[in-house]
Write a protein that binds this ligand. Sequence first.
Ligand code: FAD
Length: 388
Amino acid sequence: MKSPFFNEDHEMIRDLAREFAEGELKDAAVEMDKTEEFPQEILDAMGEMGLFGLEIPEEYGGAGMDVRSYVCVMEEIAKHCASAAVFVSGFNSLGSAPILMDGTEEQKQKYLPGIASGKEFMAFGLTEPNAGSDAGSMTTSAVVDPSDPDYYIINGRKCFITGAPIATNCLVYAKTSPEKGSKGITCFIVGMDQEGVSVGKHEEKMGQRANPTSDVILEDVRVHKDQILGTVDEGFMNALKTLSLGRVGVSSLSIGMAQGAMDLAVEHMKERKQFGKPLAKFQALQFKMAEAETKLNAARLLTYNAAYLLDMQHEGEKVDPTKDAAMAKFFAADTAIEVISTCLQMFGGYGYSREYPIERIYRDVRVNSIYEGSSEIQKIVIAGKLFK
Ligand SMILES: Cc1cc2nc3c(=O)[nH]c(=O)nc-3n(C[C@H](O)[C@H](O)[C@H](O)COP(=O)(O)OP(=O)(O)OC[C@H]3O[C@@H](n4cnc5c(N)ncnc54)[C@H](O)[C@@H]3O)c2cc1C
């Protein structure tokens, strides 16, 4: 859909991502889902194309583009491979936004070029076994080393961490002042090769299987105060702001996946004949697809609008995209789950067969309303703005 939200640069990066996804991901996604492995050469190619440093300024090795460019890339990649799109969001959003926001010049120079090139994955360690939606109740602790006040000792366990098995570093949010609750959390940049850091078992997931997820375990990990990102006790704000950008990432992931499913269903319905005519000729099915198309486009507009507002905010305009990003996230995720289910129905029994990609897309999309703030949590954010 042509949109007034985008300019020529956006369309160019969209075309580039589309071409790559159609050529390199469409077929490979099938095998990746089976083996739960993401080929290193594809990851390298995406890094070389600049898809992992879209919003990182050029001086740190990135493309210096905006949120809308990121949305364009996410949509096109997600049409063919959700696992690949989650890598795009991991590098561009959860891994780099916290550093772009609060990093010192030295930290930016140290970490951003590796992220932009795709060679160094920065995991985002917020969730814990007993602190998911209520991340502020985390128990991972960071205490000043009694033998040297320049160091902190971190202990705890982060769970469901995207990309943990391949990460070079992890942003670890830990309590430095537990008595202050969520106002006593600090973010540390921890090397995955540091003593005391280990990765838990491979999480066997329903979908997005080629994107690895594991726990990150921290046992007496000694970190220098230079590894603090931002200000002591103010890390939770960093996480919340990062998740605000993350919401647009999951929205664009959702609309891309739903569009991929719609394309497959429309093609199938034109070809598949029952009762002497193509499925596409049955009005009962046409109406279902018309509703799906309408909802998908509503989700798309919410997503584009939230991305536009985030760009305006980055340019210094006084806008608050929080509610718009939350509306886009929950509506796009829930809509994509519904639309993809409708598309699967159009395939009948073949939709339930692993021979057809729609079955994978149906599994892949389910998590979109759960992670990076579930749909329920987005509604809490929206209502909070509504009734403030
Ligand atoms: C594949 C995958 C990748 C992930 N990647 C990362 C990552 O890279 N980094 C990271 O830190 N985390 C990551 N997560 C964790 C994810 O963000 C959490 O799973 C999510 O925040 C929900 O937390 P929870 O699983 O503990 O569910 P819970 O918080 O236990 O929630 C259970 C249910 O209750 C609902 N609920 C909770 N509180 C309320 C309330 N107050 N009102 C109404 N409903 C409520 C929730 O919406 C949900 O439906 C990932 C998760 C998955 C599945």
